[in-house]
Design a protein around this ligand. Structure first.
Ligand SMILES: [Zn+2]
Length: 110
């Protein structure tokens, strides 16, 4: 699948749909063709990735833009973006387990 820029529609990067799981990273996007440099520096967070053509973020800046990607197959919804309850796991109150009892004898001098 080819990632396209939402703003200038330029093809930017090759990507595997199976890897497009939020939170996205720049590392999941690969060069359009082997031998080309990666479209984004791998150490750049996805929020800071920029289209090589227009220097804007490939998803644009609309609030809903982060929920999908523009690709050569049309708008690709990112998994989990339409299921807020699944994206926010409920923390378990007893996740830490019972407090371990310390075997420290409390001796009192009588
Ligand atoms: Zn662009």
């Amino acid at each position: 699948m080819i990632l396209r820029c939402r703003l200038c529609h330029a093809p930017i990067a090759a990507c595997d749909p199976a890897r497009l799981i939020p939170p996205l990273t720049s590392a999941v996007f690969e060069p359009l063709e082997p031998g080309f440099p990666p479209p984004f520096p791998p150490d750049v967070p996805w929020e800071a990735a920029r289209c090589p053509q227009c220097r804007h973020h490939p998803q644009g800046y609309a609030p809903d833009g982060a929920k999908s990607l523009e690709t050569d197959q049309g708008t690709w919804p990112l998994p989990g973006s339409d299921r807020p309850e699944a994206a926010a796991p409920v923390p378990k109150p007893d996740a830490t387990g019972p407090t371990p009892k310390r075997d420290t004898p409390q001796r009192r001098n009588r």
